[in-house]
Design a protein around this ligand. Structure first.
Ligand SMILES: [Zn+2]
Length: 370
C-alpha cells in the first residue's frame, strides 16, 4: 500500500455499499468530485487518497448546529445503534482524522469486512484513548451477530473463520467508518424496500447504482429486473469500459425489506446470457431506441421468438390503412405500444423489432433459443 493511497478491493455487499456510500457522501456533502479522491481501476479495485480523512469537514458534516446530521449518516439501522454515544460525539472528528494514518501490519487480525490487516498505530490509538475514546474504539472494532438481524442470509458470504463461537469478528478502523455510509448508496423504492447493485468492481457499482437511482426517479420503474436491465443498458451506452465477463456475471441486486418485525434480504441477478446481450452496443442502442418496456421484458425473459412474432403482427397492421383496422387490431396497437413515435410509424417500429431479433440471434447462435 503506497503511503498516501489505500487500495480497496470489493468484498461482501455491505462493505461495498459502505465504500460507494462514502464516495457519494464526498460529492453530496463535501462537494468534492470523486475523481479528486478516488481512482477506479479496471481490476475492480478503487484507490482512495488517505489525506481525504484530514480534509473532511467532519464536524459540520455530522453534527450541524440546528440538526444533528449523525442520525442521517448513521441511519436508523440496528447496525449502528450504539455507534456514537453522547460522550463520544465531540471526539469523533479526531478519530476520522486519524484514518489518514492507517497502516497494514502482518500481526493484526484480519478485518472481517475487507479481509485486510488495517490498523492504527499504537501511538494513535493511545492518543485517541486519552481523548476518552477507548470504549468507542472497542465498540466499533467488533461486529456482533446480535446486531445483524438485517443481514440474515447474506451472512453466508462471510468466511467462517471470522465467526468462531463468539459470532463476532474484528472490524478494522477504516471499515468501521466506511460502513456507516452504506445506506447512502441504497435506493429506496416506493414499497420501502431498499436496493443496492453489488458487483466485483467498484467502478461498475459506482455507475450502476447511480443509473438505478436516475432511472427510478425518471421512470418510476419498480420492477427490480427492469431497473437492473435498463441500468446495464445505460452502462453499455455511456461507458466504454472493458468489463470482464466474470465481473458482469456477478452483478446482483441486493434488496432489503421489512417483513413483520424482521428485516429480510433477497438477491436478484440476471442470467449471464441476458447480460451478454445487454452489454452488446448495437443491441443496447436498439432496445433503448425502441423504448418499449415490454420489448425489454421479452429480452429479459429470453422470449426472443416473441420479438419476431410481435414485429410480424405490427408489420401486418402497419401495412393496412388505419381506417381498415379491426377492433382487435386497434386494441392491440393501443394496449401494446406505449411510445407515440412507435405508434405513428408502425412499419419502422416493426423493422426495429426484426433487427433486434436478428442481432440477438446472431449473438447467441441461430436456432438455439427459438
Ligand atoms: Zn476492514
Amino acid at each position: 500500500m503506497a503511503d498516501n493511497v489505500m487500495k480497496l478491493y470489493p468484498g461482501n455487499w455491505l462493505y461495498n455499499a459502505g465504500v460507494i456510500g462514502f464516495l457519494y457522501s464526498l460529492e453530496k456533502v463535501e462537494k468534492i468530485p470523486y475523481e479528486d479522491v478516488a481512482n477506479f481501476n479496471d481490476d475492480g479495485s478503487v484507490e482512495i487518497k488517505k489525506d481525504i480523512f484530514e480534509k473532511l469537514k467532519v464536524r459540520e458534516r455530522y453534527f450541524s448546529e440546528e440538526k444533528e446530521k449523525i442520525s442521517s449518516i448513521v441511519g436508523k439501522s440496528n447496525l449502528y445503534r450504539n455507534y456514537l454515544q453522547e460522550v463520544w460525539k465531540n471526539k469523533f472528528p479526531d478519530y476520522v482524522k486519524k484514518l489518514s494514518k492507517i497502516e497494514e501490519k502482518d500481526d493484526t487480525i484480519p478485518c472481517g469486512l475487507c479481509y485486510r490487516k488495517i490498523h492504527l498505530s499504537d501511538d494513535d490509538i493511545k492518543e485517541l484513548e486519552n481523548l476518552g475514546l477507548k470504549k468507542f474504539l472497542e465498540g466499533i472494532s467488533k461486529f456482533d451477530m446480535r446486531h445483524l438481524s438485517t443481514l440474515g442470509p447474506s451472512m453466508g458470504e462471510f468466511p467462517n473463520g471470522f465467526w468462531n463461537n463468539s459470532k463476532t469478528f474484528r472490524v478494522c478502523p477504516l471499515c468501521a467508518y466506511l460502513i456507516i455510509h452504506h445506506h447512502l448508496s441504497l435506493v429506496e423504492l416506493s414499497d420501502k424496500s431498499k436496493i443496492f447493485v453489488n458487483a466485483p468492481s467498484f467502478k461498475v457499482m459506482w455507475h450502476l447504482n447511480r443509473y438505478v437511482k436516475e432511472i427510478y426517479e425518471r421512470e418510476k420503474i419498480e420492477v427490480i429486473r427492469e431497473l437492473l436491465g435498463m441500468s446495464i443498458i445505460e452502462l453499455t451506452l455511456k461507458l466504454h469500459i472493458q468489463l470482464g465477463k466474470w465481473t458482469m456475471m456477478n452483478v446482483e441486486v441486493v434488496s432489503q425489506y421489512r417483513e413483520g418485525d424482521n428485516d429480510k434480504i433477497e438477491f436478484f441477478s440476471l442470467p449471464y446470457e441476458t447480460i451478454l446481450l445487454l452489454l452488446d452496443g448495437n443491441i443496447a442502442r436498439l432496445i433503448n431506441d425502441i423504448g418499449e418496456i415490454n420489448v425489454l421484458n421479452l429480452v429479459l425473459d429470453g422470449k426472443y421468438r416473441e420479438i419476431l412474432d410481435y414485429g410480424e403482427r405490427v408489420f401486418k397492421i402497419g401495412l393496412k390503412n388505419k381506417n381498415d383496422w379491426g377492433k382487435h387490431e386497434k386494441e392491440f396497437i393501443n394496449k401494446k405500444i406505449k411510445m407515440d413515435k412507435n405508434k405513428a410509424n408502425l412499419i419502422s417500429f416493426s423493422q426495429k423489432l426484426f433487427k433486434l431479433y436478428a442481432l440477438i440471434e446472431e449473438k447467441i447462435g441461430k436456432g438455439v433459443y427459438v
